[in-house]
Design a protein around this ligand. Structure first.
Ligand code: GDP
Length: 586
């Protein structure tokens, strides 16, 4: 019977050879035979190891060690019997300009004491407020694409979605998208009808429109809670928060606190003097300063643990958004994090994730060889090269993920570079060499860079609204689509006399049997339903007079420009049509 050897998710070539009790050169040779160029100290993943061991015919079977890998711990998140209640996590979505940001500000302003707000940075991606002695966690995202992206990565962040609809504008395409998203994600919906202070606010109309989207409000016998609010005057905000809690209570939200702290990274950026700063949402367990945490391919000894308003925390339990400093490298938006016992384990687990990512398991990090490959690649499809810069990792990820969703079989988006922070000379240089457009989301462009871009003829576009950025990219992609050729039939004529045929010209006459003949137009010369040739109409005559149009039943003369001699005969048909090219839409 085969011997079973347990190994981790990844293992160095040297260690594997040792476990297999074979010379490392033999293992390296076998790897090479299989196209894997690895040195003694390089790590290979479990699957590769398994294949190689099979090839070596050693009568050894590999099994994965049941290590506390990110995957296994994450599965434990299903709350146990001992789980305790946790605050709901709420996201605000809706059409642009309907007041998402204002509402988030109003909710925060209503609950955060001004002096405490001193530490609030411009962009807060998550915060917690107290209402009626209970906590509610709010997440701000650049758009629900962020959530869609997260869902793709297997995470479910929110419990409740507040859909904001402006009372004076009603339901719009992005409102419908948000509703669809919330439904798909299976989260509770509360509708905030905002801007009720405005003239033209029409609550009933919005309620009616909601019902058209199958969101039947309580008042009308449904189960959708509606809260009229004004982010401007703060009217209705306490009621909205009451409703959020009420809806959340139905879910009986609980989480375990006696498990290793774990959750999700929702933003990460570098800050001068503080190094990497990550904003994370604790989902289970209790996070404390000094603990070791792994997040994707990065790890940290938590140096500072703070509220998102910058207040130091001694510990953070489930549903708490926190700032963590101390990560060795920047974790990524959507990475899960978990606390582990010691640094060695943290280091190993993050290295393991890094290997998996390098082998294509993670998000694409484009390096220069990749870039060259992309630029040199033959253009079977039309590619739009882009460089994306954003203020924070979360925005960057969601912009890129949303753009990737635009790809079709004919046109694709290629992100040849991306990063966090202001647009710099490197971006312009890269854009100039790769023919890319630079998009900045919530980032500035220094004047000298603007000049550089103008000099190098690089198009740089700055956006603050994700949908607008996406629409712009969409328009660029549409420009790459070959035009659609549209032919419109005008009318038909039966040839009754032929006056002249040369290589380049035909003059004939006949009767319009269908439709209306016009000029300019093209004709198909048809005999017995078969098209013999195409020609261009150069003149139309009704009697001796030139005319622009001739109607059904009328007789007329037609001059055609041809490219070859056509043996036109009486009884042939001329089918008049126009041909235009129409720009296509995605
Ligand atoms: P977002 O795009 O959904 O984040 O919308 P914003 O929060 O940026 O708001 C868009 C515009 O609507 C801004 O000019 C706000 O001042 C205005 N606005 C937002 N809420 C209200 C409100 O309750 N009443 C009034 N009168 N204006 C509002």
């Amino acid at each position: 019977m085969a011997t079973t050897i347990e190994i981790d998710n990844t293992i160095t070539v040297g260690a594997l050879a040792e476990q297999l009790m074979i010379p490392v050169t033999k293992l390296i040779a076998e790897l090479m035979k299989n196209g894997v160029m690895a040195t003694v100290n390089e790590r290979i993943d479990f699957d590769t190891a398994q294949i190689i061991v099979g090839e070596l015919d050693l009568d050894i079977e590999l099994a994965k060690k049941a290590a506390a890998s990110t995957e296994t711990v994450r599965q434990k998140q299903v709350a146990s019997d001992k789980a305790t209640p946790r605050p709901p996590v709420v996201a605000v979505m809706g059409h642009v300009d309907h007041g998402k940001t204002s509402l988030l500000d109003a909710i925060r302003g209503a609950s955060v004491v001004k002096s405490e707000a001193g530490g609030i940075t411009q962009h807060i991606s998550a915060y917690q407020v107290e209402h009626g002695g209970r906590q509610i966690t709010f997440l701000d995202t650049p758009g629900h694409e962020a959530f869609a992206a997260l869902r793709e990565h297997g995470a479910q962040l929110t419990d409740v979605v507040i859909i904001v609809v402006a009372a004076d504008d009603g339901i719009k395409p992005q409102t419908i998208e948000a509703i669809r998203f919330a439904r798909k994600a299976g989260v509770k919906i509360v509708v905030a009808i905002n801007k009720i202070d405005k003239e033209g606010a029409d609550l009933n109309k919005v309620k009616q429109q909601l019902s058209e989207q199958d969101l039947l409000i309580e008042e009308w016998g449904g189960d959708i809670v509606v809260a009229p609010v004004s982010a401007k005057t703060q009217e209705g905000i306490p009621h909205l928060l009451d409703m959020v809690l009420l809806v959340a209570d139905v879910e009986d939200l609980r989480a375990d606190t006696d498990v290793p702290a774990q959750g999700l990274i929702i933003e990460a950026h570098m800050e001068q003097g503080r190094g990497s700063v990550a904003i994370a949402l604790v989902e289970a367990g209790v996070l404390k300063p000094g603990q070791f945490v792994v997040a994707g391919s990065s790890y940290a000894r938590v140096r500072n643990l703070e509220t998102t308003a910058g207040k130091p925390l001694k510990e953070a339990g489930p549903s708490t958004p926190v700032i963590i400093t101390g990560f060795k490298t920047l974790p990524e938006f959507g990475d899960t994090f978990q606390a582990v016992n010691d640094e060695k384990l943290a280091r190993n687990l993050s290295a393991e994730q890094a290997t998996i990512k390098r082998h294509g398991g993670g998000r694409l990090d484009i390096n220069s060889t990749e870039l060259i490959r992309m630029i040199n690649r033959s253009n079977e499809v039309n590619e739009l090269n882009l460089i994306i810069k954003a203020d924070v990792q979360g925005s960057l990820t969601s912009v890129i993920d949303s753009l990737k969703a635009l790809d079709t079989e004919e046109v694709v988006v290629r992100v040849v570079g991306s990063g966090i922070g202001a647009i710099n000379d490197n971006d312009i240089h890269m854009a100039a060499t790769s023919g890319a457009i630079v998009y900045g989301f919530h980032v500035p462009m220094p004047t000298n860079i603007k000049q550089l871009a103008a000099r190098d003829k690089v198009s740089v576009r700055l956006y603050r609204v994700i949908y607008e950025l996406i629409d712009d990219v969409k328009a660029e992609l549409e420009n790459l689509l070959p035009d659609e050729i549209v032919e419109t039939d005008l009318g038909r004529l039966v040839v009754k006399g032929i006056f002249k045929t040369t290589k380049t010209e035909i003059i004939c006459g006949g009767e319009v049997t269908k439709g209306k003949l016009e000029i300019p137009a093209l004709v198909k010369i048809v005999r017995d339903k078969e098209t013999l040739a195409e020609a261009e109409v150069t003149n139309l005559k009704r009697g001796p007079q030139d005319t622009k149009e001739v109607f059904e039943g009328e007789m007329c003369g037609v001059s055609l420009a041809t490219t070859a001699r056509i043996d036109l005969q009486e009884g042939d048909h001329l089918e008049f049509f126009t041909r235009t090219s129409v720009a296509r839409k995605l």
